[in-house]
Design a binder for this molecule. Structure first.
Ligand code: KIV
Length: 282
């Protein structure tokens, strides 16, 4: 039985922190699911960390569906949230609902996430009314990187902070079951968290959010030369991978790998027969 949005909301009511991690494939989803993490987000950050783009903007519905299906196959208990990619929901509520539906119907996800506040509230309402749980996303919303002029903390001025709070309340009013706050001053994230009944999930938004989310490659140190301020590396897997690959290459070159342990046998009489019936040419 998977975690439900009700379980997530009850965690806030109990004052229990909500950890979320991103996942993009079946093997990593299985590892994370085994730890009991309650929510896995198939983020459109896959554009950068998996597909090698320099932003999330080129990611398509087909890209997302491909990875959402893999994460659903790899996990058993986590609530899987599928991220709506750029231009899959911005046109109108009809487009947003149709694409959100694909993530549940074809992808097997239990919820979707989309970016934006009051201007997407109507779409959020339509999606939720159709039975699809929606996670909001405010603050620095990566699909608007060009509008923001770079990767910047949002909500530092009184006007911007008030707008963020209004956006969060609008998402809650529209039926969002929780809201991600990205790159938001900790004090503002605290205020929003106190004002909302639904949980906030922070990334670069300080310790007062109801939950936290980290990107798979960031928290595992898989991209050694990239360490954003909001991320903490709990392992150095990038270095581990390089060390393992170097050891493998060394053993292959020296003929040390593979050994009998990694090889398969056959009956010697069969080999003798093949050698006899198929003599070497020339
Ligand atoms: O795409 C993503 O991984 C996200 C999280 C950083 C919240 O949106």
């Amino acid at each position: 039985m998977r975690v439900t949005i009700r379980d997530i909301q009850e965690m806030k009511a109990r004052g229990e922190k909500i950890p979320m991690l991103t996942a993009y494939d079946s093997a990593s989803a299985r590892l994370l699911d085994d730890t009991g993490v309650p929510m896995l987000l198939v983020g459109d950050s896959l554009g950068q960390v998996v597909l090698g783009y320099d932003s999330t903007l080129p990611v398509t519905m087909d890209d997302m569906l491909h990875h959402v299906k893999a994460v659903v196959r790899g996990s058993k208990t986590a609530l899987v949230v599928a991220d709506m990619p750029f231009m899959s929901y911005q046109i109108d509520a009809k487009q947003a609902l149709a694409n959100a539906g694909r993530f549940l119907q074809e992808g097997g996800a239990q919820a979707i996430k989309l970016e934006g506040g009051r201007h997407v509230a109507n779409s959020v309402h339509c999606i939720v009314q159709s039975g699809i749980p929606v996670m909001g996303h405010l603050g620095f919303t990566p699909q608007s990187v060009n509008q923001f002029g770079g990767y910047r903390v949002q909500g530092r001025s009184a006007k911007a902070a008030a707008a963020l709070l209004a956006d969060a309340l609008a998402l809650e009013q529209a039926g969002a079951f929780c809201v991600v706050l990205e790159l938001v001053p900790a004090a503002l994230a605290k205020l929003i968290t106190e004002r909302l009944r639904v949980p906030t999930i922070g990334i670069g938004a300080g310790p007062h959010c109801d939950g936290q989310v980290q990107v798979f490659h960031d928290f595992l140190g898989l991209i050694p030369d990239f360490a954003p301020k909001h991320a903490k590396q709990y392992a150095s897997l990038g270095e581990t991978v390089k060390t393992a690959a170097a050891a493998y290459m060394d053993e292959v070159k020296r003929g040390v790998f593979p050994t009998d342990k990694h090889s398969f046998t056959m009956d010697e009489s069969v080999l003798a027969e093949v050698t006899k019936t198929s003599p070497r040419e020339g």
